[in-house]
Each structure stands twice: as C-alpha cells, then as structure tokens.
Design a protein around this ligand. Structure first.
Ligand code: SF4
Ligand code: MG
Length: 324
C-alpha cells in the first residue's frame, strides 16, 4: 500500500551554549492512508518533537538537521512557512493536549468551524453551517443546533476537546496529528474521547499519528506503534505483535507499566532510572544504563532497527539471529 506519510531519517537538533544537542536521531516511519499509528515513550523521548517537526511547528531554536518528510508523494520538510501553513489547514489537522490552544476564545465554535469549512470546501454559508452542526453531532456534542452559537468557555474541558476534534476534521484532512489529546482532561472521560477520536477519524478516512505515553491507549486505539526512546525509534510494528511479543527491552519495560488511571502517568515504575537528558546522552544504545540485558557492545554502537518476527527493533540482542 502506498504510504500517505513517509518520515525518513528525520533528525532535529537544538543549538545551545553547551553545543548542539541532538533531540531526534534518524527517526523513520510510514503512515498508510486511514491508519492509526501510535507513538509512545516516556516524557522527553521525542514524541511531540516528531509530531511538531512533521507539521512544521518546531519551536525555535529547534531545527530539522537531516532527513526528509514526504506527504502524498510530495516532499514537505522544505516547504515555505506559508505553504506549510496551507497544508496544515487543509490536509493535515492537529489536536493538542490543551483544547484552548486550538480554539479562539473570541469566536463561537460555529464561527470557527464554518470559517475552516468555507476556506477549504466548495460550500456556501448555509451548507457550511449544516456541516458544522453535523460535525458537532458526530463528535457527541448534545443539541449541536444550539451549542454551535456558544463560545469555547461555555463548554466543559471534555466538550471542548470534542469541538477541537470536529475542527480538526472540518477541512477533511488526510492526516491528524494528535499529541496527548486527553492528558489535560478529567480521567473519567479520557477513554471516551480517545474512542471518539478513533471512531470519527475512521469514518472520515483520516489517518492519525497519536502521541501518547500510555501503552493502554495504544493497545485500544492503534493499528501500529512506534516506540521511542531518547530521540530514536527503538521498536516499530503492528500493535498486537508489539504488545504480545515485544522485542526491545524498553518496550518490555513499558508493557509492564501500563499505569493505573490515577497514577502519575509520566512515570514508568517498572524500569529503574530515568530517560537520559539531551546533554548527557549515553553512547551506543541510549537505553544501556537502564537495560537489564545490556551487552558490552551496547555501550559503543547504536543498534539499527532489524526485523524481529513481525516487528522491528533496534537492539543488539537480535542481531546474532538476524545475521544467522
Ligand atoms: Fe539493552 Fe543492548 Fe538492546 Fe540496548 S542494545 S536494549 S542496551 S540489549
Ligand atoms: Mg510531549
């Protein structure tokens, strides 16, 4: 199947007073049309940076220092800011952690939805309003005919994120980048919103890159998953394979740490130690100081991704078999 999005050896760096820090190191993955790809890892793994880089929203001084991003057969990492903005509005939607970053407090949700619809679809004002009401209905907003004329502050946090999902879908994008879309919401409604996101994106045929630190969300939502650690993809494969048969020691640790809903969800209790800081990145496999199975070679050389059954993992443990 032809990929919708291809990320090839993407690297991102931050110049600092201590020198240039590499935040993403040759990250590669594809997303097929309509596919939901989860990107999982602890805080600081580079998940959000990957999402930001591919929609052209890296915070300066962060910059893409290598690699390519292709979308619908077109290279997009070198587009002008204006061309990237146009692509973001039309073909690639974004959903962030805090719904208020996507909504303008000064306009009603209906004004924001119809503005997006009119900018991208060949509809008149009445048709755009109909479509906006329909989107609100699809995202589970009760009485959408009345609520369309309300302002963002008149919605609860969960309802607001439903509006953001409707807004992200308004231009019929091919891809939605959703970065921790439920983290800011009440725990009791997080699962509902994730299920809603999955359902409406499937209905609209939109592919999703879902960034999360929650393996439970990945298990329930995604087709494939990329596991990131310290700026690299360390495992990539179909979700069932990665969950039931993880090949990378870090993924195995993540699987042991599907946290209870009320725990501090950024912490993975099962893996001792913490993700290294960018300015103190260990050589070789960056996971080696925490890895229960580290080999002498792991301190020296970065392991490339190799096929391990139905998944791919970047770990020296799998290289003897790969060569045999
Ligand atoms: Fe552990 Fe070595 Fe594999 Fe890294 S490469 S995960 S340190 S065994
Ligand atoms: Mg993040």
């Amino acid at each position: 199947k032809e990929a919708l999005l291809q990320v090839r050896e993407l690297s991102v760096e931050f110049p600092t007073r201590q020198g240039v820090l590499k935040a993403l190191d040759r990250v590669s993955f594809d997303i097929a049309p309509g596919e939901i790809l989860g990107v999982v890892g602890e805080s600081g793994a580079g998940k959000s940076l990957t999402g930001a880089a591919l929609i052209g929203l890296l915070e300066p001084p962060g910059r893409v220092s290598g690699g390519e991003i292709w979308f619908e057969g077109q290279r997009i990492d070198n587009l002008s800011a204006a061309a990237m903005r146009a692509l973001r509005g039309k073909k690639i939607g974004a959903i962030f952690q805090d719904p208020l970053t996507s909504l303008n407090p000064l306009f009603t949700v209906g004004q924001q939805l119809t503005e997006t619809i009119l900018a991208h679809l060949p509809l008149n004002a009445a048709q755009a309003r109909e479509r906006a009401i329909d989107l609100l209905r699809q995202t589970g907003i009760p009485a959408p005919e009345a609520r369309i004329d309300q302002y963002p502050h008149q919605f609860s946090g969960g309802m607001r994120q439903r509006v953001v999902i409707a807004l992200a879908l308004a231009a019929e994008p091919k891809l939605i980048v959703a970065d921790e879309p439920t983290t800011a919401l009440d725990v009791s409604i997080q699962a509902q919103i994730i299920q809603l996101l999955k359902r409406v994106c499937r209905q609209h045929g939109a592919a999703v890159m879902l960034v999360t630190h929650d393996m439970g969300v990945i298990a329930e939502t995604c087709d494939r998953v990329a596991v990131m650690y310290a700026g690299r993809v360390v495992e990539l494969g179909p979700v069932q394979q990665v969950i039931h048969c993880p090949a990378h020691p870090y993924t195995i640790g993540l699987m042991g740490s599907i946290p209870a809903m009320d725990e501090d969800r950024e912490r993975l209790q099962q893996i001792d130690g913490a993700m290294p800081r960018l300015n103190a990145m260990p050589g070789g496999c960056a996971f080696h100081p925490r890895c229960p199975q580290a080999l002498p070679r792991c301190k020296q050389d970065v392991p490339p991704l190799v096929e391990v059954g139905a998944t791919r993992a970047a770990c020296w443990l799998h290289h003897a078999e790969a060569r045999a």
